[in-house]
Design a protein around this ligand. Structure first.
Ligand code: 5GP
Ligand code: ZN
Length: 110
């Protein structure tokens, strides 16, 4: 838990989110600024800043996070989907708590 991390605040319930899934290790919720008709984030409850900060000890966590993507995408009605992990400021990362974007269903009208 990082006290100034927005995703840690969502995990703790301090900030609301449109949650679609939660278990012991992960939470998934709709992105506040969707880039597709369906756009959600899979977020480990463990605070890790970026993919660059992961090592062998995170192997199961990363694998489990990725395996949630098809399961949750199917639940959201997506026959296919894209995944994205932005890494580092130069990689387009804005929230420094590792997460996987999952989107599909076509572009938003916005
Ligand atoms: P990044 O660029 O770090 O990969 O993506 C961060 C994503 O988190 C962005 O798509 C942004 O819209 C989303 N986001 C940022 N703050 C919040 C929030 O408070 N709630 C939700 N649901 N999404 C957020
Ligand atoms: Zn965090």
């Amino acid at each position: 838990m990082s006290s100034d991390c927005i995703f840690c605040k969502i995990i703790s319930g301090a900030i609301p989110a449109k949650k679609i899934y939660e278990d012991e290790d992960f939470i998934a919720f709709h992105d506040i600024k969707p880039m597709a008709k369906v756009h959600f984030l899979i977020v480990p409850k463990l605070h890790v800043d970026t993919l660059k900060d992961c090592d062998d000890s995170h192997q199961v966590l990363l694998g489990s996070a990725l395996l949630l993507a098809p399961k949750l995408a199917a639940e959201q009605g997506l026959a296919g989907f894209k995944t994205l992990i932005n890494t580092g400021r130069e990689g387009g990362q804005e929230v420094f708590h590792i997460h996987i974007h999952v989107f599909g269903g076509g572009k938003t009208d916005a």
